[in-house]
Design a binder for this molecule. Structure first.
Ligand code: 5RP
Length: 238
């Protein structure tokens, strides 16, 4: 008799943490699923099963979680890390069938993308609700913008068929300010979005620091559901 998994996010987070080996340089993502990864890594460090890790957080959120768990952290530029990671494990807001992602629901897309591109292996951990037929189905595309450029970037997005809105803070007056001191625009994309092209085009708008499209970077997709964890690995497209 098969038993239903009570918390798919916890199960997938634990399964992904099992990919980490002693001595690795590891990028830790942001969000509720990434917290489960950090907890499982911390448990393994405490038990002695994992040693000599160089852990790099992608946000102030996961940094605070790691500190609470007693994990030491480094930055990408620390000599022990040298700007490259063996593996990074992160959540996502949407995953399409080609493994293009929308990220940035938690506002951490800039550091998340730097870490994603620095990693040899980029593992995405999601529950089934994140799997979509096309990006933009369940979440608007987050775009991180230098405050000075807010109005021209919004206009540039509108000209390209997006419906942009500045992300406002909750329990604080005014806009969300990111870990890097920028603002966020959540932009519903046009129906015929080509994610690979759009990622490049949005990055070229002056004042855009980064966008939440992550294309051609995922090597492993792990999906948690009531039935368990499904893990697939694919070579990166050339
Ligand atoms: C934060 C992100 C997160 O990875 C994404 O929002 C997934 O979060 P969760 O695991 O809580 O669903 O991109 O900017």
């Amino acid at each position: 008799m098969s038993r239903a998994v009570p918390d798919p996010k916890a199960a997938v987070g634990r399964a992904a943490a099992a990919l980490v080996e002693s001595g690795m340089r590891v990028g830790l993502g942001t969000g509720s699923t990434a917290v489960h990864v950090a907890r499982a890594v911390a448990e393994a460090v405490r038990s002695g099963a994992l040693r000599d890790l160089a852990l790099v957080p992608t946000s102030s959120q996961i940094q605070a979680v790691c500190w609470d768990l007693g994990l030491d952290l480094l930055t990408l530029s620390d000599p022990a890390v040298g700007g490259a990671l063996d593996v990074a494990i992160d959540g996502a807001d949407e995953v399409d069938p080609a493994w293009n992602l929308t990220k940035g629901g938690g506002g951490a897309l800039l550091n998340e993308k730097v870490v994603a591109r620095a990693a040899s292996r980029y593992v995405i951990v999601v529950d089934e609700s994140k799997l979509v037929a096309r990006l933009g189905e369940r979440i608007a595309l987050p775009v991180e913008v230098v405050p000075f450029a807010l109005a021209p970037v919004r206009a540039a997005l509108e000209r390209r068929g997006y419906r942009p809105a500045v992300r406002m803070a909750e329990r604080k007056q005014g806009p969300v300010v990111t870990d890097n001191g920028n603002l966020l625009i959540d932009a519903w994309p046009p129906a015929e979005l080509d994610p690979v092209r759009a990622e490049r085009e949005l990055a070229a708008i002056p004042g855009v620091v980064e966008n939440g499209l992550f294309t051609a970077c995922v090597t492993d997709l792990m999906v948690g559901s009531a039935a368990g964890v499904r893990h697939e690995r694919r070579p990166l497209p050339r």
